[in-house]
Design a binder for this molecule. Sequence first.
Ligand SMILES: NC(=O)c1ccc[n+]([C@@H]2O[C@H](COP(=O)([O-])OP(=O)(O)OC[C@H]3O[C@@H](n4cnc5c(N)ncnc54)[C@H](O)[C@@H]3O)[C@@H](O)[C@H]2O)c1
Length: 458
Amino acid sequence: MKVCVIGAGYVGLVTAACLSDMGNSVVCLDIDAERVLGLQEGRMPIHEPGLDSLVQRNAAAGRLQFTTDAAMAVAHGTIVFIAVGTPPAEDGSADLAHVLSAAATVGRHMTDYKVIVDKSTVPVGTAAQVQATVAQALRQRAALLPFAVVSNPEFLKEGDAIEDFMRPDRIVVGADDEQSTLLMRALYAPFLRNRDRLLVMDVKSAEMTKYVANAMLATRISFMNEMAALAEELGADIEKVRLGIGSDPRIGSHFLYAGLGWGGSCLPKDVQALHRMAQDVGVQLPMLKAVQQINDRQRQLLAERLVARLGESLHGVTVGLWGLAFKPGTDDLREAPSLVLIEELLRRGARVQAFDPVAMPGVAARLGDQPGLALVNHPMQAVQDASALLVVTEWREFRSPDFAELKRCMKRPLVLDGRNLYDPAEMRALGIEHVGIGRAESQPQATHAPMPTLSLAA
Ligand SMILES: NC(=O)c1ccc[n+]([C@@H]2O[C@H](COP(=O)([O-])OP(=O)(O)OC[C@H]3O[C@@H](n4cnc5c(N)ncnc54)[C@H](O)[C@@H]3O)[C@@H](O)[C@H]2O)c1
């Protein structure tokens, strides 16, 4: 099948690469000429395991092309995916400027029937706006061409994106006509050979599904963070509680980790946008509001706990930091807790020594010229002469470090474990001061400020 993918970011690039790997002929269009040139030369703009070989293989086979030539790209695809960014606008709503600009591009350049697929995460009602934008562009050309707009939200996880796309739990397609539904079914059939997991529904329900999925995931994490605060006060260990509840199939074990809260490129903006959608139709979402408030509080926790142990001023104090990306397996820094933390530590006068296996170039571009911040090449360099280590991202290589060396390197062996990677009893036996999240055993004194009183009013 001939496919055009607009946007060569996390979603667009993975979509284009995986579709081409199934034998489709894919042209991927982006307005960022540097990104396109890099891709044409085999350089990936993002870190995503397995993506480079997939792109290179399919580009070499002639099934995958990258271009800034909108006319060529749009003319090529019978199915045209819109996979551009939908960042938050000032008021928290999803900014649709890129999506509607992509829709106008399709309207300006299409020459025959197209199925236009909203893959970006877009508020309920966006398909109608895309429809209107394409129709207007066609009217301006006095062109009478048929097209359908379909919603097909993406559920991939950064760090596992290829696997998620190749072996999806489900594919949601919101479509109002038979022809576009049939084409979408045909396109996805190779990904669903063992079992049909394609859910066809109306467009609005498909658009809403994506937001509700992310809101549910955020809710599970905030719930566990709320329970973690309680566990510390009651003398329990949230990690044991997590195992105890996660084995119940009605609950399931995913997204139950207490930690530094949810961040990243999707959950924060999608929760905000869902609030905004509700507000626009006069509906209150008290539960989701609490989910957000708990998260805002959680993201300050490590800095508060550090200050509680080392004092308000951190002048002359060296702090080691492990993990900069918002989660392992990616170099994505959007809404990463590390960035807020680094700024707070520098503001208090600390010298920060940070390490991440892949995200350091991105941090260097954003914060590199800050005096007081050193991006180092090895985890042990980050803890040299440090009075505390903050564990921010649970990269695998941080799970079982050489604790004896860690202790030797550090001025004070204090580990603030924002991801509960280490066993409190083991750390105590090693003579390391360990502070986890929701683990009474590693809280010599209660340090968790009470959770905010939540006002359920708008
Ligand atoms: N990143 C994720 O894990 C993820 C998962 C599921 C859904 N989503 C959703 O998918 C969408 C894309 O997210 P992303 O993380 O891939 O974004 P991204 O920022 O990584 O990539 C967007 C790309 O679109 C390009 N672009 C912008 N406007 C364009 C235009 N008019 N024509 C051509 N190219 C254009 C940009 O240059 C950029 O390369 C968002 O709505 C996001 O919420 C993201």
